[in-house]
Design a protein. Sequence first.
Length: 84
Amino acid sequence: MEHAPIVVHRISPSGGRRVTIRVQGHETVLGIARSDADVSEFLRRIEVPDPDEVLLGGPRVIEWQGDGPHQYEPESGPPPPDLP
């Protein structure tokens, strides 16, 4: 199965997602995205035509790993118990 060349990895515990590009079997980190605007900027820097269209589901070049697309902050878990 062919993998998408741009990978948005799972959300880190502190928020944000690492974004990488795969070219000929090598992976290069483009940066840490904290929003769609960051991913769009990374795509613009590597000269992807129409980065916003690609980000919003245009040609299948982005693989969102582990978490839903367009999410950048970890879901908050249950509130901590009250301490006496």
